[in-house]
Write a protein that binds this ligand. Structure first.
Ligand code: B4P
Length: 191
C-alpha cells in the first residue's frame, strides 16, 4: 500500500497536486477540507458545527476529523493506497493516523511538504475566493488566522514525520507541472 501525506500551509497547492497524484498512481484522495465542505453543503449536524470554525479560519476538533478519516479507511478496504490532503493537521491527528493504519497492517510511506511563501499564499487564496465562493478565502484577516493556526498547531507535524525519516520537502512555488514533477521524483524514489 502506498500512503502519502501531502503537507503545507493553506493555499500551498495540496488539493491541486493531489488530483495529479490520484491520476498517476491510482490512489484514493482523502481531503478533510473537502469532506467537511461536503458535510456543510448537506446541512448535517457535523457540517453546521464545522462551518462556524472554518469560516473563522480555525481548525475543527481532532476527534471529529479522526472519526471521518477512520470511516473513509473502512469504506475503502481494497484501496492501493491513500493521499491524505490537509490531514493530519495536529500531532494528535498524526498519532491517531499511525494507529489507524497500524491496525490495518499499513503505514505512511512519506510526508511531502510544499514550501510556499506567505505573500504567494495570500495571493492564491484571495484569487480562489473570487471564483469559489469559499468564505474562508475571501477575507485577508481569516486567511491570516488560517496561516497562524498552521504555524501554531500544524507546522510541528513535519517533525513528527522527520523523526520517522519520512519527511520530504518540495518547492511549491512555480508552475503546477514543475512542482508535480518534483513530487513524483520523491514518490518514485520511495521503493
Ligand atoms: P483545506 O480544504 O485543507 O484547504 P487549504 O489548506 O486552504 O487548501 P490547499 O493547500 O489544498 O490549496 P489548493 O491546492 O486548493 O482546509 C480548509 C479548512 O478546513 C481549514 O482551515 C480547517 O478549518 C478545516 N480543516 C480541514 N482539514 C482539517 C483537519 N485535519 N483538522 C482540523 N480542521 C481541518 O490551492 C489553493 C489555490 O492556489 C487554488 O486556487 C489553486 O488553483 C492555486 N494554486 C495551486 N498551486 C498553484 C501554483 N503552483 N501556482 C499558482 N497557483 C496555484
Amino acid at each position: 500500500m502506498l500512503n502519502l501525506v501531502l503537507f503545507g500551509p493553506p493555499g500551498a497547492g495540496k488539493g491541486t497536486q493531489s488530483l495529479n497524484l490520484i491520476a498517476k498512481y491510482g490512489l484514493i484522495h482523502l481531503s478533510t477540507g473537502d469532506i467537511l465542505r461536503n458535510e456543510i453543503s448537506h446541512g448535517t449536524a457535523l457540517g453546521i458545527e464545522a462551518k462556524k470554525l472554518m469560516d473563522e479560519g480555525l481548525l475543527v476538533p481532532d476527534a471529529v476529523v479522526i472519526g471521518m478519516i477512520s470511516n473513509k479507511l473502512d469504506a475503502n478496504k481494497e484501496a492501493k493506497g491513500f493521499i491524505f490532503d490537509g490531514f493530519p493537521r495536529t500531532v494528535a491527528q498524526a498519532e491517531a493516523l499511525d494507529n489507524l493504519l497500524k491496525s490495518k497492517k499499513s503505514s505512511i510511506a512519506a510526508m511531502i511538504a510544499l514550501e510556499v511563501d506567505k505573500v504567494e499564499l495570500e495571493k492564491r487564496l484571495l484569487l480562489r475566493g473570487k471564483d469559489s465562493g469559499r468564505v474562508d478565502d475571501q477575507n485577508t484577516e481569516i486567511i491570516k488566522k488560517r496561516i497562524e493556526e498552521y504555524i501554531s498547531k500544524t507546522e510541528v507535524v513535519a517533525s513528527f514525520y522527520a523523526n520517522q525519516h519520512k519527511f520530504f520537502s518540495v518547492n511549491g512555488m512555480g508552475s503546477i507541472d514543475t512542482i508535480f514533477k518534483d513530487i513524483t521524483n520523491v514518490v518514485d524514489s520511495l521503493n
